[in-house]
Design a protein around this ligand. Sequence first.
Ligand code: NI
Length: 202
Amino acid sequence: MDGSVESCVALTFDDGPAAELTGGLLDTLAAEGAPAPFFVLGQSVNDHPDVARRIVDDGHEIANHTWSHRDLATLEEGAIIDEIETTNAAIEEATGVRPTYLRPPYGSYSEVVQGATDQPIVTWDVDSADWQSRDSGAVVEAVLGSASPGSIVLMHDIHASTVDAVPAIIDGLRAEGYTLVTVDTILASTDPQPGEVHQRGQ
Ligand code: NI
């Protein structure tokens, strides 16, 4: 369609919203003028609806990461639908927005999961391993060392070391000519369908 996605990267943040850490991250993103996708847990939206609302009000993308972070591939269809739909409802109630995308916890899905959702499934091609390292320098290195045009990067806004790494990641990606975008933008040319899995832009 157009070549714009070639220079784009989506920095995605999972498992929030957390009260203070997500707030600090939103401050950084506002200062940098960088949009980001947030894959939130329904139970955390329930705890921090104000932070969820700010994600949307600040112009970011909010998406579904299930209610309680269970491995959807191990659940019966009814429980899968419950994990997904309670989260869509919590997000919509807090923000007024119905999320477009679903990211199953651990990137784990099955044909049953794919058939149980009316949302395209978004995983990632770059894993920052931030939950393992808990080290800002290592997170910066992991992302800058692996990001390529169209990458979708996995990070978590529930770790201070991740939030601390974001300014250097944004500066480093921009220095390499990348533009930070939402999933909507990075998948714009792919016409994502319900239950279809997308690991990166094309
Ligand atoms: Ni997660």
